[in-house]
Ligand binder design. Sequence first.
Ligand code: SF4
Length: 318
Amino acid sequence: MALLSVSDISVSIGRLTPLDRIAFSIDPGEIVGVVGESGSGKSLTAMAVMGLLPLIGGKISGGSVHFAEFELTTLTEARYRALRGRRVALISQNPMTSLDPVRRVGEQIDQVSMMHLGLGKVEARARSVEMMQQLRIPEAKIVHGNYPHQLSGGMKQRIVIAMALVANPELIIADEPTTALDVTIQAQIIQIMTEMARARNVALMLITHDMGVVAQACDRVVVLYAGRVAEMNTVDAIFADPKHPYTKSLIGCIPVEGLPPGGLKGIAGNVPGVLNYPKGCRFHPRCTRAIARCGDEVPLLRASGAGTVACHLAEVSA
Ligand code: SF4
């Protein structure tokens, strides 16, 4: 049974509907990539699951989000607060937005296990140091007493990962966790985070715009475009035989060794803003394979092999 089931959720902010019937699931211990360019709706999906939409004046206007034994769309804020950090944790893009700059990093990890696991100060400190060592933070006992400004970006993000893991959550949502980091350590952070998740059987919803990260880390992938699901399948199937032209384009954006200068294919145009979503398939103004009906009819998400795809071409070939 799925740990997280997102079933046809739509999100409204005022009169706008930036997310339209998003559906996917995550099994216990599974790593699922949620991928798409900026503006695809990845972070909004994360906010919907975390119950944080009211912070931006948004709400779930349709569908359901089921996590473990909870229906999240009807959960009170007090119940949500008990869930966040303890059973569902969030790792954000920029570690500095998660860390208090005037408190020692170790105390910030300690606080999570004191609050959610009821540990005393000494036990919490020992647990934090152990977690930091597992995350390969050198001289963890010393770093425990450091302030965030004394650490590099990569080390700060490891502290944030420690805060996310220390209360043994069942699900971690990592929202582009390496975007703010130097490219040289991005792969290292993804590797440590996914290794830790697998070792502890923690499910991971890994939000990224990088199909290379998906290939490196994930079991399954959900491709979002302009607030809708374009395609969903196992990573092996998506890379072996992508069905949606947008998925193919994203895979074409992965740099490969030996590519001649200028050989990297981009995707012409931009993701439309919520005020300018086109009629029919929202990808049609950028799609090189569009057919006449693409500008009028919304392609429905249909089963395709072990996955699902929303493209008129897939309907024709099914
Ligand atoms: Fe392209 Fe049409 Fe498929 Fe959309 S429905 S991805 S425009 S072929």
